[in-house]
Design a binder for this molecule. Structure first.
Ligand SMILES: Cc1cc2nc3c(=O)[nH]c(=O)nc-3n(C[C@H](O)[C@H](O)[C@H](O)COP(=O)(O)OP(=O)(O)OC[C@H]3O[C@@H](n4cnc5c(N)ncnc54)[C@H](O)[C@@H]3O)c2cc1C
Length: 607
């Protein structure tokens, strides 16, 4: 059991035990729980304390310059949810922080993915920051699953409200990071002039931030317009009067297809793998519902932090294969009719992700709904996912996806029946013929989990390149640090449970863990921290062992790198879930950050 103190600004916002019970509110600098012996709750286990350095939300101290080199305490790469919270948190420790963001604005995923139909598929009231109760109460979501413009507005608001913009240099790509052994710092190279050295680097570069541009024969010769959902133009694209091809039917494809079908003259959907998708609830976000969540936010957030998939009381503890057919249909039907997020459907029964038989029953239910919805039986069969378990790829949430195939102006092309040959001049050509189109939308996903990290030349202590160290699959400890790459942290990368739950929950946890680690180091005059080789090896084994107990490993998903040619096939996220992962991190922290090796500041004195 653990006692966790969450400290925000000068106030202790929550202080809770592992059951999420609220114990006390207080003022930083005077917390009364300082370990098992004096814990007011009498909790005997690990206590994670961060009271050593009161946090402030004051502007960052000015970075020091030495000739041509600027010295920064923390460089943050990326200004999405992770980067914004990293700036806020590190700056609150009184550190100098410089964030570099490739995009022309903050928001990350929600800056780039402007395609029609883009929205979150986790309820917005959960898919949002929890670190500021004031922000939680102030912000008003207009829809249960907010659209991209609304999430972007939210993140822009966060950046302004907490005065984060001065720390962010936009339109700047980090190209190389080199560890300087003799100085214990990272040299940061960007595509802009200027030399920067940083004591720490936080890679908030996203796990779905590098669009996957598929190697399609002839694409460069295509005469019409080409779009990628992950890098959509800022001006609205008008598809009226046009013949459009959408290539790819993953989460983004499923969101964009119905919206383009509403506009285009004709839409051709090129499908390689049919997906399991559940209709998103259209239920109005009533004032009562919002007020209830807002009134109970501390408890709900704490439950979210402790749960594997979701906090809302979704998990049905029955087994799908053990209830009778009528009960099974009733539960599935209720969740299908008013689905409040992928986790809502995945937890319809307690064994859908671990038991083949129960899993197949969920798959059967979805296939029945597809056959019921899509009028043309052949199209319906083509849309039915087969050959991989339900939930082993990210479960999609849609608005009118299957219904769209009843439209006269939509044709489904199954690439398992007719292979894609080329995309040249004005047509997409398969082995069955040419489909003339004016525009192509690539909904081909991302180089997930590792793409942003391996595209930067990151060189560690012995000059090794991270992408080479990871050539046979990612290695790290707790998903947060790689042996040989001191003081460099990865957020929501491989080994993190982020994509298994609501990603923002993991982002906050990761950043807070890094913060606590820095506080620990500062109190002990330590300058470097690095994942220990053995701890890393054990962690990677544990990640694989946990994944192998689930059905996740049976889907050829981006979670396994299966969408990228030549990428090692390894299930990258931590399948144990968000809550169990947090408990492991708390144990590690309470045990003097077990598995990390520290170096004293004295080794670099005289610099
Ligand atoms: C369409 C879509 C819908 C999603 N819906 C959900 C959802 O409903 N629920 C959920 O939990 N998650 C969802 N996700 C996952 C989503 O990515 C995360 O929830 C979250 O937004 C990630 O935030 P981040 O800050 O970690 O990364 P990002 O938002 O990806 O931000 C990373 C930033 O780093 C920048 N960057 C990368 N490399 C460099 C470099 N070398 N130099 C400078 N800048 C760099 C990028 O430009 C980017 O802006 C969705 C993802 C997509 C693509």
């Amino acid at each position: 059991m653990h006692c966790t103190l969450r400290q925000v600004g000068t106030k202790i916002e929550t202080w809770s035990d592992s059951r999420g019970q609220h114990l006390q509110r207080g003022v930083a600098g005077a917390p009364s729980c300082i370990g098992p012996s004096r814990c007011p709750a009498g909790i005997r286990g690990a206590h994670l304390m961060v009271e050593e350095t009161p946090m402030t939300n004051s502007p960052a101290p000015t970075a020091e310059a030495d000739g041509e080199t600027t010295h920064i305490d923390v460089v943050v790469v990326g200004a999405g949810f992770s980067g914004l919270y990293a700036i806020y948190t590190m700056r609150s420790l009184g550190l100098t922080v410089q964030c570099y963001e490739l995009g022309g604005g903050v928001g990350g995923t929600w800056y780039w993915n402007r395609y029609p139909g883009a929205r979150c598929d986790t309820e917005s009231l959960q898919y949002s920051f929890s670190f500021s109760p004031e922000l939680e109460q102030e912000w008003v979501w207009s829809e249960r699953f907010a659209t991209q413009p609304e999430i972007l507005r939210y993140l822009e608001h966060v950046a302004e409200r907490f005065d984060l913009l001065p720390a962010i240099q936009l339109k700047t790509k980090v190209t190389a990071l080199t560890y300087l052994n003799e100085r214990g710092r990272w040299e940061v190279e960007t595509d802009r002039a200027g030399r920067v050295e940083a004591s720490f680097v936080v890679m908030a570069s996203g796990n779905l931030s590098v669009p996957n541009a598929p190697q399609l024969e002839g694409l460069s010769r295509f005469t019409g317009e080409i779009f990628h959902t992950g890098d959509w133009p800022h001006q609205a694209v008008d598809f009226r009067g046009k013949r459009v091809a959408v290539i790819g039917t993953g989460s983004s494809g499923i969101q964009v297809i119905p919206r383009i079908a509403e506009q285009a003259d004709h839409l051709y959907v090129f499908q390689r793998t049919p997906q399991y998708s559940v209709p998103a609830s259209r239920a109005h976000l009533s004032d009562e519902y919002v007020a209830d969540i807002k009134a109970n936010y501390p408890r709900i957030r704490e439950e979210t932090r402790r749960a594997a998939l979701t906090s809302l009381p979704f998990l049905n503890r029955e087994s799908a294969k053990e209830v009778d057919a009528e009960r099974r249909e009733q539960v599935f039907q209720e969740r299908w009719a008013d689905c409040r997020g992928a986790a809502h459907f995945l937890t319809a029964f307690n064994d859908l992700l671990v038991d083949d038989e129960s899993n197949a029953l969920a798959g059967d239910f979805i296939r029945s709904r597809i056959r019921e919805t899509v009028r043309d039986p052949e199209t319906a069969e083509r849309l039915c996912p087969i050959g991989y378990p339900f939930g082993s790829k990210r479960l999609c949430l849609d608005m009118d996806y299957y219904e769209t195939f009843n439209r006269e102006n939509v044709t489904l092309i199954d690439l398992r029946e007719q292979a894609l040959q080329s995309v040249a001049e004005g047509a997409v050509t398969t082995t069955a013929g040419a489909y003339e189109v004016d525009a192509i939308v690539l909904a081909t996903g991302y180089d997930g989990m590792t793409g942003a990290l391996t595209r930067i030349d990151i060189r560690g202590v012995d000059g090794s390149l991270l992408r080479e160290v990871w050539a046979h699959g990612p290695l790290n400890y707790l998903g947060l640090q790689v042996a040989g790459f001191p003081n460099l942290f990865t957020v929501t990368g491989p080994g993190s449970p982020s994509v298994i739950g609501s990603v923002v929950t993991s982002i906050e946890q990761h950043i807070e863990f890094i913060r606590d680690l820095m506080v620990y180091m500062r109190a002990r005059d330590l300058a470097t921290v690095e994942a220990d080789e053995t701890a890393q090896k054990n962690w990677v084994e544990h990640v694989n062992e946990v994944a192998n107990k689930t059905l996740f490993v049976k889907g050829n998903s981006w979670w396994q790198g299966a969408n990228i040619e030549g990428k090692p096939r390894i299930f990258m996220p931590y399948a144990g879930g968000v809550g169990p992962y947090r408990t492991i991190c708390e144990d590690v922290a309470a045990d003097n950050f077990r598995g990390f090796t520290f170096g004293p500041a004295s080794q670099f004195t005289g610099q």
